[in-house]
Design a protein around this ligand. Structure first.
Ligand code: FPP
Length: 277
């Protein structure tokens, strides 16, 4: 699908859907089972899971398929993961879909990623709304091609009433960029006389990085999962993950199943979190 036709499809869909959209400024309640789950299991459930979805290229290479086929299979894993985290009652999930460094990949792969991402945003919109999932993008907007940018903005608008879960897609995202951007926002407030430089502390910077859709601060990730066998953060939520529990698996992202998530959650539930105390 070309960028123009994708944007046109998206515009047509929005007119039909806009009538029923409601705007919410509150944080998600945490899925259909959250209220019913016992307090003990709720305490062990992360309030925010961040995922570095790695291994799509190797998954494709193992099948002698082009890299984009790995990303396409990765989208199926995204669907499974979103469905399962919502079912379990995890209120916030952040997925690393495209990093500021991913522009260095071949133009063929980058275009395929935009195409797949745009289709995901258009095709999943109805389901997200039905399931009460609010989708927001984090990352730079100024470099996004028209198709994914339009699809993202319309999906954000159309799912803005979602109360059960917040799905954050990190697109053209880099944590160092995000920290610099938050610093720029605070600096502008200082320049405007709304804030003094001495008032800038950890809490204020955290809020500037993690502000929710309604400006209500989100919980920082409790659990960071990285698939694909590498054990690094790759410029993903460096500030926000200061106290996150890290969980690495050799499983390639397209093979990430409910059972893999269950393994990560069971491990998380066993961790003793001391926050430096
Ligand atoms: C890393 O695997 C994965 C990416 C750079 C892109 C992730 C994108 C998706 C899962 C699909 C679109 C996402 C959404 C949210 C709809 P890699 O290509 O670096 O794999 P490799 O390390 O095996 O080469």
């Amino acid at each position: 699908m070309s960028e123009e036709s994708l944007a046109a499809t998206t515009e047509a869909t929005v007119l039909a859907e806009q009538a029923t959209t409601t705007v919410s400024a509150s944080l998600p309640a945490g899925g259909e089972h959250a209220a019913a789950a016992p307090a003990e299991s709720q305490a062990a459930l992360p309030r925010h899971i961040a995922i570095i979805m790695d291994g799509n290229g190797r998954w494709a290479a193992a099948r002698q398929e082009p890299r984009w086929a790995g990303h396409r299979a990765g989208i199926a894993a995204v669907r499974r993961t979103v469905e399962e985290t919502r079912r379990l009652g995890v209120p916030v999930v952040t997925l690393y879909a495209f990093s500021t460094e991913n522009w260095k990949r071949s133009s063929v792969e980058v275009s395929a990623l935009w195409e797949l991402l745009s289709r995901f945003l258009v095709c999943e919109r109805a389901e997200l709304r039905e399931k009460g999932i609010r989708l927001v993008g984090i990352g730079r907007r100024d470099r996004l091609p028209l198709g994914p940018r339009t699809a993202l903005e319309l999906t954000e608008r159309l799912t803005s009433g979602g109360r059960d879960m917040l799905l954050r897609l990190a697109i053209d995202y880099g944590s160092q960029w995000a920290i610099a951007e938050a610093a720029r926002r605070l600096a502008r407030q200082v320049a405007a006389g709304k804030l003094s430089a001495d008032e800038i502390d950890e809490a204020r910077l955290s809020a500037a990085l993690l502000n929710g859709p309604g400006e209500e601060p989100l919980p920082a990730p409790d659990l960071l999962i990285r698939t694909g066998g590498e054990t690094r953060l790759s410029n993903f939520m460096l500030w926000e993950c200061a106290y996150a529990e890290l969980w690495f698996t050799p499983t390639l992202w397209p093979d990430f199943e409910r059972a893999t998530l269950a393994e990560a959650l069971a491990d998380f539930a066993r961790r003793k979190r001391r926050y430096g105390a």
